[in-house]
Structure formats: structure tokens, C-alpha cells
Design a protein around this ligand. Structure first.
Ligand code: AMP
Length: 506
């Protein structure tokens, strides 16, 4: 079954319900949304896009994004959403690698794409786009099998070239249907607010909102602006949105400064990177029980674990903080285990690589059998994340396996050191990495961004660490920096930090 059926189904049932909102303006109801997607699908077929062909979307968030996504599926083609913050050359790599025959590109990015790639471009909202939407032929949805490819998801590539994760129609359905069960029920009066890139988790969450006939609210800025999110939610809520941890931090800061309570916000799903306990406690204290955590990766999109709203907010639970530091329990469609380097499950409580199997797990990487064989082993997806499970099934992530620091033969998990440093009021952001050391193998080094108006000193932070964590885990050195290098998804680039330390060493 083609996932585009979810749109035609909702259009048949609730055609007059508001579907797409650009800022505060309703630009389409469900009947119009489905008609546009169908017409675009028909137009794609007439320009030579056959079922299974790849069509890229390199665009800022907009209501057209959703029309493009469903139009591509309507035609039986494969969507290749590309993060709009990537350099056009990086986008060109993805167009090439995926063999995209066409790219829908937002106006701000067209010039860059034309300079970097020879892919055929249709500017969203431009003349050709308009002509496609007026082309008149609105064919039936092209049939797809559950295992057919729907979305090529390019990994964020914090190391090396991004790889294309194959996401099938069945995977999209599995991960979407788990959402109301494991994350948050969706009601037709809800609005999915797109604060994070649609090329990533926020776009995946569009699907269950289409199925439930909810509204899709795209902020006029096309990006993340905390003030805009607060205002739109207040005016048009109940809103639900996905946010990376850094966005939650910024939202809390902005709301506190403006004395906004987050009225209208129903749910903020956070994930995609480590959420520090101090930050989520502050967010829940300010906004109330509106937060749900998920842990996923492109290879099992949004679909590994969830920590429910009640668990995030339940201060009275004896293990509240411990659970808050975890990523919750396996979602309904997957099994999670901790494995050895040979992908053999380890006894309960041991720390090792997180392995996943179940419905939303990828069949492999696009045209990359070598990487697929390394990642899919013995029926498990090897996530590259390190963690442990407790007896109740709560999973605690320590780090990416490549970020673990081995000092004096002992593993040190940077996350633990970062959590400790973040509880110091002079620390705003921190990232901890290993530096080669002749004596220890690796030394712990902390890159620290000071809190506004504060000057953290090495000696103070060292004393703070001694009070919080084992002595051998304390950073041997500190680097005070203005900001941390991050990729287009807001993830800290530890590879860059390690390279800086190597440069220092000469
Ligand atoms: P991506 O494939 O770009 O979505 O990146 C997925 C990676 O982000 C995972 O393998 C984890 O390392 C990290 N990640 C995702 N969700 C969480 C979470 N809730 N807590 C900590 N790290 C996370």
C-alpha cells in the first residue's frame, strides 16, 4: 500500500477540514491538499518520472513541501528530502548519489543548486510549479508494495559522506502508527507545527497528522524562531511539534524572557540528540507536562524508544531523574537489546552497542552493500550508539560508540561528564572529547561555552566535577569557546573538536 492513501482517505472523510496553514493563513483544506498532490503526481509522470524514480526536495519548510512529498508518492516515486541548511555542493552530492531525476527547490536555494548540480530543477512556488499544479490530470495513486522505497533519508554525516537510508512505505506506516500509541494521541483539532526541518523528523511526523486529519502549521519564517512558535501556538493551538534538544533550550530561554507560559502548546517531542537532565527539568518546570522524548535514527526513523509525557513530568517517582536521563522504553514495533561487538545480546545491565529489530528498521543503505552489511548484523540494526537497559526496559544512552573516551584502559562516557558540568551555573553548553595522550591513551578535554555574564574558571569547574563524578573522569583540560561547532541538524561536531585538539598538538 502506498502511504499517499492516507491523504486521499482523509480528503474523502474530511475534505473541508483545514489542512495547510502558512503562518496564520489557511491555504488549503484536505480536499485541495489531496487534489494538488494528485495533480502534481500526474504532472511528474508526464515529465518522465516513473514509479521508483527519485525526486529530491531541497527546500525550506513550507506548505508546498507537503504537497511535493505527497505528489511524489502519488506518482509511485521516491522522495529524497535534503536538509535546506546543507551547502548546495553537499546537496549536489545527494542528488547524484540518489540518482534524482528532478529536484523541487525553494527560491532561496535555486541559484546555488544551478551552480553546483545539473539536476533538473522545479522551483517551488515558481512558474513551472504553478503550471504543474494546474496541469489538470489527477491520476489515481500509483500502487506500491509495503516493501517499496518511499523516502531516501540521508544521514547527517557527522563523519564522512552521508549515506542514503532506504525507508519503505511499510516503515513509514509502522513508525507513524506507533506515534499515537507510544508518543502522543493525535486529534483532528491539533496542529502539527513545523519548527524543525521537514527533511528530517518533523516531516515524518506529518504523516500521522495527515492520517488523523489534523492541521499542518508552517511558520512564516520557514525555520525555528522561538517567539514565532510561542505566538502561533497561543493563537492557533493545540500545537504539537518536534524539537532537537538545543531548540527546547532556546524555547525555554525565550519563553522565560518574555514571560510566556507556552499557552496552546500541546506537545513537544524532543530527541535527535542528548537532552541534558538540567535542561529538560527547567523546561518542564516552566511549561508543565508537555514533553515526550523519542530516540531514533534515520535507520529506524523516530522509532526506537519513547519516554512518555507522564514519565518526563513525574517528579514524585523515586527513579524520576534516572528515567529522565534515559530515552525511555522500546516503542511497540521494535525490540531493543544491548550487544557485544559481534552483535550478540549481552546480559541485562551491561553497557554495549544498542541493537534494534522490528518493523521500522531499514532494509539497507542505498547502493551501499558494504555499509549495509556492517550495520545490519544477525537480524539486528547496529545503531552505533552505546547504552544499557535496566530491568524495567528503560534504555540509557551513553554515547555514540566512536565518541567514547578510553583513558587508562577505562571507558569514559562524555555524556556523563557533560551532564555534571552542565549543572554548574556558569556553564551554558559543553562538549567533552578525547585527546590522544602518550600516558593514558586518551585524555578528557571539555569545550565550554559560558552562560551569559558568567566567567567559568578551570579550578572552579574542576572542583565541581570532583564533587559530582569519579576523579578519573574529570577533564584534564578545558577550552573556553564562544560556541560549539554544529552540523546542519544542530548536532555538535565532535570530530571538529578533536581535530582542533590535534592541530594544537601540531
Ligand atoms: P539521525 O540519523 O541524524 O537522526 O541521528 C540519529 C542519532 O542521534 C542517534 O543514533 C543518536 O546518536 C542520536 N539521538 C537520537 N535521539 C536521541 C535521544 N533522544 N537522545 C540522545 N541521542 C539521540
Amino acid at each position: 500500500m502506498n502511504i499517499a492513501h492516507w491523504l486521499s482517505r482523509t480528503a474523502a472523510l474530511r475534505g473541508a477540514a483545514p489542512a495547510l496553514l502558512a503562518g496564520e493563513i489557511v491555504v488549503a483544506d484536505y480536499a485541495r491538499f489531496a487534489r494538488d498532490a494528485a495533480t502534481l503526481g500526474g504532472a511528474l509522470a508526464t515529465v518522465g518520472i516513473a514509479p521508483g524514480d527519485r525526486v529530491a526536495i531541497f527546500a525550506k519548510n513550507s506548505t508546498d513541501y507537503l504537497i511535493a512529498l505527497f505528489g511524489i508518492w502519488w506518482a509511485g516515486a521516491v522522495a529524497v528530502p535534503v536538509n535546506a541548511k546543507l551547502h548546495p555542493k553537499e546537496a549536489a552530492f545527494i542528488f547524484d548519489d540518489s540518482g534524482a531525476k528532478l529536484a523541487f527547490v525553494s527560491s532561496d536555494l535555486v541559484t546555488g543548486v544551478r551552480a553546483a548540480s545539473s539536476v533538473a530543477v522545479v522551483e517551488t512556488g515558481g512558474d513551472d510549479w504553478g503550471a504543474m499544479l494546474r496541469s489538470g490530470g489527477a491520476p489515481a495513486i500509483h500502487p506500491r508494495k509495503p516493501g517499496d522505497l518511499a523516502w531516501l533519508f540521508y544521514t547527517s554525516g557527522t563523519t564522512g559522506r552521508p549515506k542514503g537510508v532506504e525507508i519503505t512505505h511499510a516503515m513509514l506506516m509502522a513508525t507513524s502508527l506507533a506515534y499515537p500509541v507510544d508518543v502522543d494521541p493525535v486529534e483532528p483539532e491539533d496542529a502539527a507545527l513545523y519548527a524543525a526541518p521537514m527533511s528530517h523528523g518533523a516531516g515524518l511526523y506529518a504523516l500521522v497528522h495527515v492520517l488523523r486529519g489534523a492541521r499542518h502549521l508552517v511558520p512564516a519564517s520557514g525555520g525555528f524562531d522561538a517567539g514565532e512558535v510561542l505566538e502561533l501556538s497561543r493563537k492557533l493551538g493545540p500545537t504539537s511539534m518536534f524539537m532537537a534538544p538545543t531548540m527546547v533550550r532556546r524555547l525555554t530561554d525565550a519563553a522565560k524572557a518574555a514571560e510566556e507560559t507556552g499557552e496552546g502548546i500541546k506537545t513537544i517531542v524532543y530527541g535527535g540528540g542528548p537532552m541534558y537532565v538540567a535542561d529538560i527539568v527547567e523546561a518542564v518546570d516552566w511549561f508543565g507536562p508537555k514533553f515526550v522524548q523519542i530516540y531514533g535514527q534515520g535507520e529506524c526513523p523516530m522509532g526506537i524508544t519513547a519516554l512518555s509525557r507522564a514519565e518526563v513530568a513525574d517528579r514524585d517517582h523515586p527513579r524520576w531523574r534516572e528515567r529522565l536521563a534515559s530515552v525511555g522504553r522500546a516503542q511497540s514495533t521494535v525490540e531493543v537489546a544491548i550487544g557485544s561487538v559481534d552483535a550478540e545480546p549481552l546480559p541485562l545491565g551491561e553497557t554495549g552497542e544498542i541493537m534494534v529489530r522490528g518493523l521500522p528498521v531499514m532494509p539497507g543503505y542505498w547502493k551501499n552493500p558494504e555499509a549495509s552489511a556492517k550495520t545490519l548484523r544477525g537480524g539486528w540494526l547496529m545503531t552505533g550508539d552505546v547504552g544499557r537497559l535496566d530491568a524495567d526496559g528503560y534504555l540509557t544512552l551513553t554515547d555514540r560508540s566512536k565518541d567514547v573516551i578510553v583513558s587508562g584502559g577505562t571507558n569514559i562516557y562524555p555524556r556523563e561528564v557533560e551532564e555534571a558540568l552542565l549543572t554548574h551555573p556558569a556553564v551554558h553548553e559543553v562538549s567533552v572529547v578525547g585527546r590522544p595522550s602518550a600516558e593514558w591513551g586518551e585524555d578528557v578535554v571539555a569545550f565550554v561555552v559560558a552562560a551569559p555574564g558568567q566567567t567559568p574558571y578551570e579550578a572552579t569547574l574542576d572542583a565541581h566535577c570532583r564533587a559530582e563524578i569519579a576523579r578519573f573522569k574529570r577533564p584534564k583540560a578545558y577550552r573556553f569557546v564562544e560556541d560549539l561547532p554544529k552540523n546542519a541538524y544542530g548536532k555538535v561536531l565532535k570530530t571538529d573538536l578533536r581535530a582542533r585538539l590535534e592541530d594544537e598538538a601540531g
